[in-house]
Design a protein. Structure first.
Lengths: 307, 489
């Protein structure tokens, strides 16, 4: 019998190669996602939350992994509950309203811009941010846990300060974010210190060296590390019973969505292992992701601990 | 003249190049941002050292790529298999390429900056080598798909069009991946994942999958219709092919002479900010040019039906330089204000048309040069011919990357903002004028320069017809002389 020559099956090779690569790509992506996306790791969620606050006093950005950011972008939450009420203060605006549909006219209209706003090259806006800084420091002296008061008071004051500098009522969410985030960054630098910086192209100095509060307390080359000290499972029913349905509603969360809850004690230490402060962080699981329950976590110990 | 390709083959060749371009177009820019912004986030590495090292990674990868172009070209021309000499490189090379590309976006969890830097050098050089091993042969398939120059030109035109679409495909992938992630995870959780570069990881996986899928369609459906010659190619021959055949050298020199064409890319962000009023308009600025490029790629195919490759190339060079000159004059006439936005974007589309020429015509010319070299030497050296062109392209690209920033930051007198609250400082009129020149007049000069070598190109008209006919006869005679299967048995 004639022996048939075995030929390479191109289509079979193509199918095997495609599915083999597909499987490997899924595996690599899944492993990378699992390793990098901290929301799947309650311990990391708690540690990161403390780390963000402890390193630069940034309670503002720490909320990005908290329940407050569960259902919508953190920035959108701030717009809806704190910025829009200021911008549309002369209308019937309430959180959740569709501004365009309702036809609200706010102070972000071009018609509200005065001459100084129209001609500002950024220096007057810089003056506003600088003026707001002391007020920001005063507001966050006990930390960011009461964000409701901080946002409400800060933006109300910003409108006043801006009017003094520019002479008009013009205000937008961009102006508000720029001022607030500028102050948050400056506050962080007051703790960490800054280095001399030069523009790479012109050689001009763009910022100057300063000594931060942490450097004064722990040395110029200080390093703060955060570690989870203890983990505690909490009673889910008791925890849910203590939640404020009204607050959760603003986060787009219901108590029944929460599947598990844990509490981690996270310690902050210097490079030589000396503990400087710690905080208990409550984390709640919704579906597969974990979020810091900002309503049940006290972070006040993470501010001003170096004094 | 006889047709050699099935209709589906013309399209699947393009689909294959689309798949390769999807991956190779995605990688450089997004790798740079991944290395700089996400790979070692929070590790506390010195940012200046990392920035310098990332530049060096790409410089080294460029050198690796240039060397690999020649090595792969040489190896391709010495490959003899029943599938042909190019197809095995593409069909079998995509599997490791897809996996290595994916691994570029999986950074090691290390606290050592030295280890991180070594990893960047190794993984990206490895990726560059594998991408050369697939992309270079895939591009040179055009000269092997058909001995019929007219059929070959059509196939190359369509493939070049799909390749240019594929090069920007990654931008769509990352957009769609982002939308899906937002829908699944919620806005803020998506932002958190994006902050760790996870959208880039998923987008790379999608591009890698696209690479495999589209390349396998090509691999199973297309065949090489130009038989390879049996003589082995020596290293000496390889160098000779790249640097001594006049017509091939002239086509390669277009890249080198026109290296400054691409400096407009360096300044596009600043054109959007200072001339059009917002950095958000950068995409709006590049989109009409991208659409113009795609339309230009198809347009070239029509022009080639009426004119020779030489005439087409020169015609588009003159057109390209003129369109950029007009853009300059119109911009100066209207002034840098809101009224400029619409005319600028429309003219940008017309400026984009010329890029269709540089995407298509040189590839057709190289295929013709391969015929000429085979006619003269009896050896068909597709791999080396395309490798030579690729080598010149890489050198030209390195020059562009050097010239662009020099023009922008030194020659134009650009002032950097020193105020923390002001992102971009106000510029003088002289600087704004120079920015506009970097976008229009300077590339226009290089567009003219790239046409100069083609004035000496002569693989057209009667000579081309004579060579095509002679090769056809030679191949027919070789086929007759081959011992049949029965005789072999």
């Amino acid at each position: 019998m004639e022996k048939k020559e075995k030929s390479f099956n191109l289509k079979l090779y193509a199918a095997v190669a495609f599915f083999a690569v597909l499987a490997l790509l899924i595996l690599i992506t899944a492993l990378t996602f699992k390793a990098k996306y901290t929301a799947y790791h309650p311990e990391e969620v708690a540690r990161n939350y403390v780390d963000t606050i402890a390193q630069t006093g940034d309670g503002y950005n720490a909320y990005k992994t908290a329940l407050v950011s569960k259902s919508q972008k953190y920035g959108d939450f701030i717009r809806e509950y704190y910025m829009n009420p200021v911008i549309y203060r002369d209308t019937a605006y309430k959180p959740g309203d569709d501004i365009k549909k309702c036809g609200y006219k706010g102070y972000n209209e071009e018609s509200c811009q005065g001459e100084k706003t129209k001609n500002d090259d950024g220096s007057l806006q810089g003056q506003v941010i600088d003026t707001m800084y002391d007020y920001y420091v005063e507001l966050v002296s006990n930390g960011w846990d009461d964000y409701d008061t901080i946002f409400a008071k800060y933006f109300a004051k910003l409108v006043e300060v801006r009017k003094e500098v520019f002479g008009d009522d013009y205000i937008t969410d961009e102006i508000m974010f720029t001022a607030l985030e500028g102050n948050v960054a400056t506050y962080g630098e007051s703790l960490t210190g800054t280095e001399d910086e030069f523009d790479k192209n012109t050689g001009k100095q763009t910022s100057f060296k300063s000594i931060g509060a942490y450097q004064t307390a722990y040395g110029e080359d200080y390093k703060l590390t955060t570690t989870v000290k203890t983990e505690k499972d909490m009673d889910l029913s008791a925890y849910k019973a203590g939640l404020s349905a009204e607050t959760l509603a603003t986060y787009g969360v219901q108590a029944d969505d929460i599947r598990a809850v844990k509490c981690y004690t996270v310690a902050v230490s210097t490079a030589d292992g000396k503990a400087v402060t710690e905080a208990d962080v409550v984390v709640a699981q919704i579906k597969n992701s974990w979020y810091v329950d900002n309503t049940a976590t006290d972070t006040s110990s993470l501010y001003g601990f170096c004094k | 003249m006889k047709k050699y390709m099935k209709k589906s083959e013309i399209w699947t060749f393009g689909i294959g190049l689309f798949g390769v371009a999807l991956m190779t177009g995605w990688m450089p820019d997004y790798t740079a941002t991944f290395f700089a912004d996400f790979a070692f986030k929070g590790k506390g590495f010195d940012s200046d050292v990392m920035a310098n090292m990332i530049s060096l990674v790409f410089l080294v990868a460029g050198i690796v790529g240039a060397v690999c172009e020649l090595v792969i070209g040489y190896l391709v021309d010495n490959t003899r298999t029943k599938f042909g000499k190019v197809k095995p490189w593409v069909g079998f090379g995509v599997v490791p390429l897809a996996l290595v590309a994916m691994l570029v976006f999986v950074a090691p969890n290390t606290n050592s900056q030295t280890a991180a830097i070594i990893w960047m050098f190794v993984i990206y050089s490895l990726y560059t080598a594998f991408s050369c091993a697939v992309e270079s042969p895939a591009n040179c398939f055009g000269s092997l798909c058909s001995p019929n120059p007219s059929e070959r030109s059509s196939a190359i035109s369509i493939a070049s069009f799909l390749r240019s679409v594929g090069q920007s495909g990654g931008m769509v992938v990352v957009l769609v991946v982002g939308l899906i992630m937002k829908a699944v995870m919620g806005e803020q959780q998506y932002r958190n994942a994006e902050g760790r570069g996870l959208d880039l990881v998923i987008s790379t996986a999608v591009c890698a999958l696209g690479l495999i899928l589209f390349t396998m369609i090509f691999f199973t459906n297309n065949k090489e219709n130009v038989p390879f010659t049996q003589e082995k190619v020596s290293l000496k021959d390889a160098i000779k092919v790249v640097f001594t055949y006049k017509n091939l050298l002239m086509v390669s020199l277009t890249k080198l002479c026109g290296f400054g064409r691409g400096v407009y890319g360096t300044v596009s962000l600043y054109i959007a900010i200072y001339l059009l009023g917002s950095k958000d308009l950068k995409l709006a600025l590049l989109l009409p040019m991208g659409i113009g490029t795609a339309v230009g790629t198809l347009l070239v195919n029509l022009v080639l039906k009426k004119f020779s490759t030489k005439q087409t190339f020169i015609l588009f060079c003159v057109y390209g330089a003129s369109s950029m000159g007009i853009l300059f004059l119109v911009s100066r006439g209207i002034g840098f204000n809101d009224g400029l936005i619409i005319p600028f974007l429309i003219l940008n589309f017309f400026c984009g048309l010329q890029h269709g020429n540089t995407n298509v015509t040189p590839n057709i010319m190289i295929a013709d040069c391969v015929d000429e070299i085979e006619y003269k030497t009896g050896k068909r050296q597709d791999g080396l011919a395309y490798a030579g062109y690729g080598l010149f392209s890489k050198v030209a690209s390195a020059f562009t990357k050097g010239l662009g920033p020099w023009l922008l930051y030194t020659w134009s007198g650009y002032m950097v903002s020193t105020d923390a609250n002001i992102a971009y400082a106000a510029q003088t009129d002289a600087t704004l004028n120079k920015l506009l020149m970097i976008y229009t007049i300077i590339p226009a000069v290089f567009v003219i320069l790239q046409g100069v070598p083609i004035l000496f190109y002569d693989m057209v008209g009667e000579k081309k017809e004579m060579i095509t006919k002679a090769l056809e006869e030679r191949r027919a005679a070789a086929k007759l002389a081959e011992p049949s299967d029965a005789e072999n048995a």
